[in-house]
Design a protein around this ligand. Structure first.
Ligand code: ATR
Length: 268
């Protein structure tokens, strides 16, 4: 049997096993199975040893280990290196590779649109934030990052060379109206959680997109309020599906179709 894993903490709510096991079945990869595993930081080395020994064929990494896993890997792809964030692991030619498919997943969810001259406002500075910032680096005119803990936003800015493109904004402070506002915080994961921020200056702006990385619940308070103001909204469902699709391709060489069934698996 070939074993695949998603590791994180917490991990109970991960939909990755449903999705990857559905794709394994669909592509008749009968000897493959995918599980979730809640781990602690001191388990990371052991997991990678199991990849080295061919006991595990592929690993997805989620919060909060996307950066912590890096010292245990041999090689990173360009995007993982630039973002210092790994979400997909496998062994190739005896080397343990770390990839980042969050960036391509996010980009593809926006139909690979070009954000030239656009202004982006990013809330949060957690595990997925560097991937979102990286997506806009080569196109956007300005990227604002605002996090409750300012120091963490500053650390993300330091990762990237085009620093004058990025501006750190105090939590709650208003800036010029942007073209996209992305929530990368975990606020909204629990149904009654609300971000304590005022976006009334975006009222009636039907050309602005409010994007929430969260997909469960489908509409966070952040998205509900944006909809009421007349803004466009998108949740993280397509990004999640597309990062998984790209991980599956790395492991198997097959790019699975995102069909209605796979989309439905995320709303169970
Ligand atoms: P990690 O920071 O461990 O990578 P994460 O879930 O990827 O975890 O990120 C959580 C993000 O949500 C952080 O940006 C966090 O802000 P802090 O850095 O200030 O902790 C943000 N967050 C969580 N709860 C929040 C709240 N009540 N208000 C505002 N931001 C919050």
């Amino acid at each position: 049997m070939k074993k695949y894993l998603v590791i994180g903490n917490p991990i109970e709510h991960s939909f990755s096993p449903n999705l990857h096991n559905y794709w394994f079945k669909k592509h008749k990869l009968k000897d493959c199975f995918y599980e979730k595993m809640k781990i602690e930081e001191n388990d990371l080395e052991n997991i990678i040893d199991q990849v080295k020994n061919d006991e595990i064929q592929g690993v997805n990494v989620t919060v909060p280990f996307k950066r912590d896993i890096i010292p245990f890997l041999d090689t990173l792809d360009e995007v993982a290196k630039a973002t210092m964030s790994v979400n997909t692991i496998c062994k190739i030619n005896n080397k343990i590779w770390g990839y980042n498919t969050d960036v391509s997943g996010f980009k593809e969810s926006l139909n690979n649109q070009n954000y030239k001259k656009k202004k982006i406002f990013i809330l949060g500075a957690g595990g997925v934030t560097p991937s979102v910032v990286f997506c806009f680096l080569n196109s956007a005119e300005k990227i604002y990052i605002s996090n409750r803990t300012k120091k963490k936003a500053e650390e993300i800015k330091r990762l990237f060379s085009k620093k004058n493109q990025i501006e750190i904004v105090n939590w709650g402070e208003k800036k010029e109206t942007c073209d996209i506002v992305v929530n990368t915080t975990s606020v909204g994961l629990k149904n009654n959680e609300k971000l304590d921020l005022d976006f009334m200056n975006y009222k009636g702006k039907d050309d602005v997109l409010f994007y929430d990385i969260i997909y469960n619940p489908e509409e966070t308070d952040f998205l509900k309020k944006a909809k009421l103001r007349g803004n466009n909204i998108m949740n993280g469902k397509m990004m999640f599906l597309m990062q998984a699709q790209n991980a599956f391709k790395i492991w198997t060489g097959i790019s699975p179709k995102i069909d209605d069934e796979s989309i439905k698996l995320l709303s169970l």
